[in-house]
Design a protein around this ligand. Sequence first.
Ligand code: SAM
Length: 225
Amino acid sequence: DLSIRLQKAAEYVPQGARLADIGSDHAYLPVALMLQNKISYGIAGEVVAGPFKSAQKQVAKNGLEEKIDVRLADGLEAVELADEISAITICGMGGVLIRDILQRGKEKNRLSGKERLILQPNVGEPQLRHWLVAEGYKIIEETIVAENHKIYEVLAAEKASTTPEYTEKELFFGPILLQEHSPIFIEKWQHKLAKSEKILASLHQSDQDVADKIQAVSQEIEWIK
Ligand code: SAM
């Protein structure tokens, strides 16, 4: 069975999608979706040899070699426009790494702009949302889940002809999560508040010029409160 965070990502994949799962590791996500007949074709992309082999094994074990291609490649170089991919999942990495994979993919012409992006950053969610919005994506789904004492955010985005004007605060917290104000969301930000207050206290002790950092952390604390 999929973990809760991958289950959420799976829910955001449209029925019948041609899916590319980048950083697939064991290829659990594309294999589960294919076994449920939720996707019609899959690519499992991996840049590291060990996980690439795990993905190949998992696909073979389930007899899905004809339906899921396992490719050893850096980021979106696993995908070509001819694959007609309609959904991309990138899960279990930092938001900045996910953003960089998307940016390089865009530069290398691997994105048609018609794909739904389903992303599960472990940290660095604001930076990722900033990139999406700057590139004309609209955040259409967002959720926050707890698993093994960790909290994860999962989001889905699509290019839209008219994108909403997101505020800095919405990009920081997540526009949908901010609206929902779920118990897990509150737990996450109570924890972050305590951390940010400690950071602010240590910045005030510093003999270096940290005025910009103090300003940024103070802003965060004000928002969280
Ligand atoms: N997506 C799976 C999940 O959420 O359970 C696996 C997450 S695992 C922590 C991250 C995986 O991404 C690793 O297997 C790593 O090798 C792979 N990875 C990191 N950078 C990558 C890149 N630029 N291109 C492809 N895969 C990458």
